[in-house]
Design a protein around this ligand. Structure first.
Ligand code: ZN
Length: 66
């Protein structure tokens, strides 16, 4: 059985809606089709249902040496 260990976690924050300033939630995350280590996050507004996307750099975790 493979054991895993969570060493560091990051809380994802979402940007406010561009249209109404309301709270947004993540609707989807997909890898960028051309840029390495980059995801495309899609957000949807809880108030007006406007969708927006951001490109997010994903930093690979450093491997432990040992
Ligand atoms: Zn909105």
């Amino acid at each position: 059985m493979t054991e895993t260990h969570v060493e560091h976690t990051t809380t994802l924050s979402t940007p406010p809606c561009d249209e109404c300033g309301g709270a947004t939630r993540i609707y989807g995350i997909e890898p960028h089709p051309r840029l390495l280590h980059t995801d495309i996050n899609t957000y949807v507004c809880d108030t007006c249902d406007t969708c927006d996307t951001n490109q997010v750099l994903v930093v690979p975790l450093a491997r432990k040496r040992g």
